[in-house]
Design a protein around this ligand. Structure first.
Ligand code: ZN
Ligand code: ZN
Length: 118
């Protein structure tokens, strides 16, 4: 197996990575699984195999608003219902990949289907 440190930085995605990541990713819902506000996906990048972590806010607008405002309450209630999200994960591993420049990770992105409350 090649040294994965030598994987060149490239912005690309591959449907196969979605399948691989679905089998290796760990998903946690915060603050709890019944009313998640943030999805945290962690696991090995399917391209470079390094550990990477991605946070996806489900109520992004609510964070920018007064949390007691009507809109924030509506958004929070919607997020609390059973739902699903196609989470795009971008590799943000801590390894330094050749040609990465100022970027982190290896440039790979993949999509993970996350469901909650079902
Ligand atoms: Zn990497
Ligand atoms: Zn990677």
């Amino acid at each position: 197996m090649a040294d994965q440190q030598d994987v060149l930085y490239r912005v690309e995605s591959d449907p196969d990575w979605n399948t691989v990541a679905a089998g290796t990713a760990r998903v946690s819902l915060h603050p709890d699984e019944t009313a998640p506000e943030v999805v945290v996906v962690s696991g090995p990048c399917p391209r470079c195999r390094h550990e990477t972590v991605h946070s996806e806010p489900l109520v992004s607008y609510a964070n920018a608003l007064d949390r007691s405002s009507l809109l924030a309450r509506l958004l929070r209630r919607r997020a609390a219902e059973a739902g699903s999200r196609e989470v795009e994960v971008i590799c943000a591993c801590s390894a330094t990949h050749p040609e990465a420049g100022e970027h982190t990770g290896c440039g790979a992105s993949w999509v993970l289907h996350v469901e909650w409350g079902v």
